[in-house]
Design a protein around this ligand. Structure first.
Ligand code: NAD
Length: 464
């Protein structure tokens, strides 16, 4: 306990702990009022400041800021508002005949005091998205955004302070030490979005207090293009999904696994679409972003150097600029299996192409790596598609598209094992922040009472 009292966030945590039942007993109208206040702040009061912060932190084009951050959160809020009353209702379930005289239901109660730790790649979306679910489910929350996007984090702190009292929602800025201190507190639930490495640290800390966790992690998301695929359409969508936000997306296609026979045609199509998207000059294009920090630029640059050392083929791109943290959209083939690009999550604008000769080979390749957050399939063959789905495991899949499953509120979003634990978005987000409390109510005499002791009469019956 002393250790906790000395924690610099203990006072804030205690305030929320004391307030949790007050917040938790709010009805749907009160929760919707809070969601509306957050929506107004994002949509009206701070919209331009959000665009500006994202431009400063990530060179994020305004249209991308609108679509993937502002519109995304507003969409989350609208969806929650529309369904909240229904989500909060007790959920009746059947009761077996042997329990005649009773009825059963599930009641969704808030977990309590929650911690949300978020990453930098979509700072607003991935901080406020979980917050919408936490509020909808009636929790209090302390938020720790990423230190890598300081303009966005500072603005989010301002927004939270503006909209909420700190005994309901508070945002704490800081680096790893801040997370470490917060993780010592006995939160009821921890919602973490970030890398698998840090996910393990979070889960270890949660184990100390047996806090439940949602871990939204990352990994290498494969994209399989088989020989029945519409090659040009596949290239069009993969080029968009891979180079959006400069490849700094947890569900970005990490690498392409393609049938050897269509590789050349596919790469030609990719070149064509990249020229169209970035006007033949991504460096000058206002549709292309930058790498978030020098550290990440150096990490990606090292991948390129490693590929050169291993004599891989640069099909497209490869140009970099340290000062502006620019990395050209790059496609690389003929990589040796030991290449870093094929081992680590890339999280940047470099796309390795790996070829296969049979679908079984492609499936075996996917299964030789940790289970991914997403797996994409480009194919016109139902048989091939089913074969891939049935013989691999991934958090989510798009067929003949990439990334978009993330945006459907009706689909649970999350990973599996190395790419995550638990699901979020829409009802699944509400559920992640709720304790599904089982309630059995006895109405009349219950037949189970016939089984109470003394057991002598049963013994006689059993002996007969
Ligand atoms: P990260 O794991 O380095 O950091 C995430 C958060 O954890 C930050 O707030 C950071 O300050 C904190 N943190 C870092 N080290 C810590 C430590 N030792 N102890 C406690 N807290 C610590 O991740 P990142 O670089 O911000 O984001 C990139 C990763 O996140 C990628 O792996 C990507 O795939 C993943 N990601 C997943 C999703 C998803 O929804 N599944 C979304 C975005 C990003």
């Amino acid at each position: 306990m002393n250790e906790l009292i000395n924690n610099c966030y203990f006072e804030l945590f205690s305030k929320q702990q004391q307030n949790q039942f007050n917040i938790g007993n709010s009805n749907s109208k009160e929760r919707i009022r809070k969601l509306d206040a957050l929506k107004t702040a994002i949509e009206k009061t701070y919209r331009l400041e959000i665009q500006d912060a994202l431009l400063k932190d990530l060179g994020k084009p305004v249209v991308e800021a609108e679509l993937t951050e502002i519109y995304a959160i507003i969409g989350d809020i609208k969806h929650a508002k529309k369904h909240l009353k229904q989500w909060m209702k007790n959920h009746k379930v059947g009761t077996p005949m042997s329990m005649l005289g009773s009825s059963s239901h599930i009641t969704f109660q808030p977990k309590g005091v929650c911690l949300i730790i978020s990453p930098w790649n979509f700072p607003f979306n991935l901080t406020f998205g979980p917050l919408v679910s936490a509020i909808a489910a009636g929790n209090t929350a302390i938020i720790k955004p990423s230190e890598m996007t300081p303009n966005s984090s500072a603005l989010m702190a301002k927004i939270i302070e503006d909209v909420f009292d700190e005994d309901e929602v508070a945002l704490v800025e800081g680096e790893v030490e801040t997370s470490t201190e917060l993780l010592k507190l006995p939160f009821n639930h921890i919602f973490f979005t970030g890398s698998p490495q840090v996910g393990k640290i979070v889960m270890t800390a949660a184990a100390k207090h047996l806090a439940s966790v949602t871990l939204e992690l990352g990994g290498k998301s494969p994209t399989i293009v088989d020989k029945t695929a519409n090659i040009d359409k596949a290239a069009k969508k993969i080029m968009w999904a891979k180079f959006l936000n400069c490849g700094q997306i947890c569900v970005a296609p990490d690498y392409v696994l393609i049938d050897e026979s269509i590789k050349v045609e596919f790469i030609e199509s990719c070149k064509k679409w990249l020229q169209t998207y970035y006007n033949n000059n991504p460096k000058k294009s206002d549709s292309y972003g930058r790498i978030v920090t020098d550290k990440h630029f150096e990490r990606l640059n090292a991948y390129l150097e490693n590929a050169k050392t291993l004599e891989a083929k640069f099909e497209v791109g490869g140009e970099t600029n340290r000062t502006s943290k620019y990395i050209e959209p790059t496609i690389i083939s003929d990589l040796k299996p030991e290449a870093k690009l094929l081992e680590e999550e890339i999280f940047g604008p470099i796309l390795p192409i790996v070829t296969y000769n049979s679908l079984d080979m492609a499936i075996a390749y996917v299964n030789s790596k940790p289970r991914p957050l997403a797996l994409y399939i480009y194919s016109k063959s139902k048989g091939n598609t089913n074969k891939i789905i049935n013989n691999t495991r991934a958090g989510g899949t798009c067929i003949n598209n990439s990334v978009l499953h993330y945006a459907n509120h009706n689909l649970p979003f999350g990973g599996v094992n190395n790419s995550g634990i638990g699901k979020s978005h829409g009802f699944d987000g509400f559920r992640a922040f709720s304790n599904e409390r089982s309630v059995l109510k006895q109405h009349t005499f219950g037949v189970t009472e016939l089984l109470f002791p003394p057991y002598s009469s049963f013994k006689e019956k059993l002996a007969r």
